[in-house]
Design a protein around this ligand. Structure first.
Ligand code: B3K
Ligand code: ZN
Length: 874
């Protein structure tokens, strides 16, 4: 059995050598690209040999200070090029060869639609040329690209274009220089037959920046929204954080084959085309929102990531948690803050909480890894962003800004740690934030239990607070948990908060930072209800002793948009949990009147705030519901949710119909992506879903009509989604039409695959199996693989079929992907990691597949790490 190397945070050593300057020459060829790298190097520690990382490349020659080294002076061992004797300062020149065409892992230099592109984070640069491939080695780069001019008219790299010209034999070249020191993971190169759109942005310091988005020629009419989003992001970062762009050019390139969403390479961002290309006919509101936030996210990295980078990969959340927080704040400002917050919390609970409860749980600063790529996780990104948000909650926006200013003042041009960030926040505000360390060191979602004691005589409401961290157990270190709270009287009117004789206003943030605490609220009238964790002020699971009537009061009256949503959601969850238990006992579910009444009230008011109501009237998803149980009862959960959906559909059919009609009239206008239309479309689509759930032919026909007459993808796809849930001829009519209409549009065809893979049709497994043989399915395009196999793995009913056939199918497919693209394969494994949560029969079936995968001798170390941890950790 292999012995994969585990990298540990505690083993960190600063680099033995510095690389001050890098010159790269690329002679591009699809199967045999030549790279010549000239490195100005400097020894930083005595008596150590020089060891450069390398992977999947052929070294042809090595020269030191201009003198060719014989084969005995260097050797390749365990992924390193080792040279024993080197002086204090020297120039190293390495020539090597790589094969971009065979590179299906999409790391390093590879081809996408025949164009060259790169992905180096985290450790892909070593697949381009031997290097000190670690983020704390910062250098300036000069890059010369030579390629066939007709096949690759566009040649791009980081920084400024210095020179370009023709060469003999139909070749040409371009010379790029990036004046900013950077780690090699931010290096990028693109060469291909591309067209661009251009725009300009003038910074606060009057710098004129040329902005370009490069795409394949047939996509040139889909870039404008991304360009405008980029300009909005540039403006916002200046206004909110005083951060301006620092070069005269900013280029974005969109490619079809990309492992992640996008990459923040210095001045040459490379994007998955999914996060650039949009036209109303092909992209949904969700797609538009995604594009705006990813464009902003990558742009924001220019400061949080590039100018100040990570010392090592254990610090990833330093740049990712912070940049996600920044893009969340940006989107909140562009759309509606409370809507964005609710969306983010739904997402966190749906994807991060299960990760934090399972075998892959890790602190936002992981302490060890086998493959770093496995740690680009919801925890590092989204929980990391929540932890950054805690600083802002504790320090206020102004205090947070002071901390950011000091962080850049101290660390611009450096590779630093999460501790440096925390220290800057603390020093800028003159406070001690050392207890925040606990958020970085411990895995798992904290639980906060609240029990109330009311004393009518003294008018005191005592909140008994207990925190725990089940993932860590008894020995956990208490976390500083900010609880934003308010108080409502029995009729829902806000009450002032009085603590220790002091009036604290209508809302305040209580810092709960020990295992137990009592918070005594004074002058509290009988029947008052505390509103806890407004705005989701910390990423915790809150367990209160509020009853349904109190939740309903909060749902109706709390001034905080998030908490009102959360209260209604809690009522829905409670109703669904009882229904699951009933179904398991063989009984029919009974729906609590309090909840049904609360929904009725919301429906009356829905048109006043469509966006919020679309979120509030959507039932919790099956995964979030499953998280409420020790053992996930797949069928009962599925049935309970379906039953409640049809209950709400039938009971409120008249209201849904009226909402649908009113919004249809209001939306009879050309499509624009803005908060208002977005909200209206969401609510109208939801209404249509419920109407279709009544099972009445007239509503199915209406959905088909809606599908056929839509003037934008949001509406068309919304109707199609409603139809894929029903057994009716309209389902096939619409699906077939959709395919033929968009068969030449890969991003839309991804939706077509995803819809079928996520469907709750009883034959979904058979459909998905057939779709793997569809001419448009390919194992080499990550978007397509995710659309079919990724979505299938998330489909509770289909993947978890009781006979285990879903498990066998997905395991087989993952093994195929693993041979081509280990990073993607490792991600597809994620539904298997949850195996301990299911009934014993399913556990055995899932475990058998994990064991089978582990036996495969050629298994990638990416997949090995996930499978091995899933089997051994809980
Ligand atoms: N920093 C990149 C992610 C790179 C992933 C490498 N496996 C995208 C982002 O977070 O902006
Ligand atoms: Zn990022």
């Amino acid at each position: 059995m292999r012995a994969p190397v585990e990298h540990r945070l505690e083993d960190y050593q600063s680099p033995a050598f510095a690389i001050d300057d890098v010159h790269l020459l690329f002679q591009l060829d699809p199967v045999a690209t030549r790279v010549t790298s000239t490195l100005a190097m400097r020894r930083q520690r005595a008596e150590e040999p020089l060891q450069l990382n390398l992977e999947n490349l052929v070294v042809e020659s090595v020269a030191l200070d201009g003198i060719e080294l014989g084969e005995s002076a260097w050797r390749i061992e365990d992924g390193r090029l080792i040279i024993e004797d080197v002086p204090e300062r020297f120039t190293l020149r390495i020539r090597n060869r790589i094969n971009p065409k065979e590179n299906t892992a999409l790391e390093g230099l590879y081809l996408s639609s025949g164009n060259f592109c790169t992905q180096c984070e985290a450790e892909g640069f070593r697949r381009i040329t031997p290097f000190l491939d670690r983020p704390d080695v910062l250098a300036t780069y000069t890059v010369r690209i030579e390629a066939d001019k007709s096949a690759y008219p566009v040649l791009l790299s980081n920084g400024n274009l210095i020179e370009q010209g023709d060469l003999p034999d139909g070749q040409h070249y371009a010379l790029w220089h990036d004046p900013w020191k950077k780690p090699c993971y931010l290096f990028a190169l693109v060469a291909g037959d591309l067209q661009f759109i251009e725009d300009h942005y003038t910074t606060a310091g009057e710098r004129d920046v040329t902005l370009r988005i490069y795409v394949e020629p047939h996509n040139i009419d889909r870039c404008e929204f991304a360009m405008q989003a980029l300009k909005r992001a540039m403006r916002w970062d200046e206004e909110r954080f005083g951060l301006s762009y620092d070069l005269d050019v900013f280029n974005i390139v969109a490619v079809d084959d990309f492992n992640m969403g996008a990459m923040e390479n210095k001045s040459l961002n490379i994007f998955n085309s999914k996060y650039i290309l949009a036209r109303p006919e092909t992209a949904t509101d969700t797609d538009y929102e995604g594009i705006e936030s990813v464009v902003a996210h990558e742009y924001f990295h220019n400061w949080t990531g590039n100018r100040v980078t990570c010392r090592d990969w254990f610090q990833l959340t330093l740049k990712e948690g912070l940049t996600v927080f920044r893009d969340q704040e940006f989107t909140a400002d562009m759309l509606l803050p409370s809507i964005k917050r609710i969306q983010d919390v739904i997402h966190l609970r749906r994807y991060q909480f299960p990760e934090d409860a399972g075998p892959m749980a890790h602190p936002i600063q992981p302490k060890s890894y086998i493959k770093m790529d496995n740690f680009y996780t919801m925890t590092v990104y989204e929980k990391g962003a929540e932890v950054v948000r805690i600083y802002q909650t504790l320090l206020g926006r102004e205090g947070f800004r002071k901390g950011m200013d000091l962080y850049f003042q101290r660390h611009d041009g450096q590779a630093v740690t999460v501790d440096d960030f925390r220290q800057a926040m603390a020093d800028a505000n003159g406070v001690d934030l050392s207890s925040m360390r606990a958020w970085y060191d411990q895995p798992g979602t904290p639980h906060v239990k609240v029990r109330r004691h009311y004393d009518a005589d003294s008018q005191r409401l005592t909140l008994d607070l207990t925190q725990s961290l089940p993932k860590v157990g008894e020995g956990f270190t208490p976390l500083p948990i900010p609880i934003r709270l308010g108080l409502l009287d029995a009729s829902g009117n806000p009450l002032p908060l009085v603590v220790g004789g002091e009036e604290l206003g209508m809302e305040y943030v209580h810092l709960f930072d020990t295992r137990h605490q009592q918070l005594v609220l004074e002058q509290v009238p009988e029947g008052a209800v505390p509103a806890l964790l407004r705005d989701f002020s910390a990423p915790v699971i809150l367990e209160t002793d509020l009853d349904d009537a109190e939740w309903a009061l909060l749902a109706a009256h709390d001034p905080d948009d998030f908490l009102r949503w959360d209260a209604l959601n809690t009522l829905a969850l409670k109703a669904l949990m009882e229904a699951v238990t009933a179904i398991e006992r063989g009984e029919a579910p009974a729906w609590p009147q309090t909840y049904l009444d609360a929904v009725g009230v919301r429906l009356q008011a829905a048109l006043e705030d469509p966006a919020w109501h679309a979120l509030a009237l959507t039932l919790p998803d099956e995964v979030t519901l499953g998280e409420q149980f020790e053992t996930i009862a797949v069928e009962a959960i599925h049935q309970a949710r379906k039953a409640l959906q049809s209950e709400l559909a039938q009971r409120f059919e008249v209201q849904w119909a009226s909402i649908y009609d009113t919004l249809s009239a209001e939306l009879d206008q050309p499509y624009t992506f803005n908060a208002e239309q977005y909200g209206k479309r969401s609510l109208r689509t939801l209404a249509l879903h419920y109407l279709v759930q009544t099972g009445k032919a007239k509503w199915i026909e209406q959905a088909l009509y809606h599908y056929q007459h839509a003037n934008n993808m949001t509406d068309r796809f919304g109707a199609l989604r409603a139809l894929t849930g029903v057994e009716h001829a309209a389902r096939k009519t619409a699906l077939d039409d959709f395919y033929y209409r968009f068969r030449n549009d890969p991003l839309v065809i991804d939706k077509w695959f995803a819809l079928q893979a996520g469907s709750d049709h009883p034959h979904t497994l058979e459909h998905v199996r057939m779709l793997t043989r569809h001419p448009d399915f390919t194992y080499t395009n990550p978007n397509r693989v995710r659309s079919l196999l990724g979505v299938f793995g998330q489909n509770r009913a289909a993947f978890h079929r009781a006979d285990g056939s879903g498990y066998v199918f997905l395991a087989d497919e993952i093994l195929k992907v693993d041979k081509l693209n280990p990073q993607i394969a490792a991600r597809l494994l994620s539904p298997f990691t949850q195996w301990r949560r299911f009934d014993t029969a399913r556990q055995a079936l899932m475990k058998a597949q994990l064991e089978r995968i582990l036996q495969v001798p050629s298994l990638s170390s990416n997949s090995y790490e996930i499978v091995e941890k899933s089997l051994t950790l809980s």
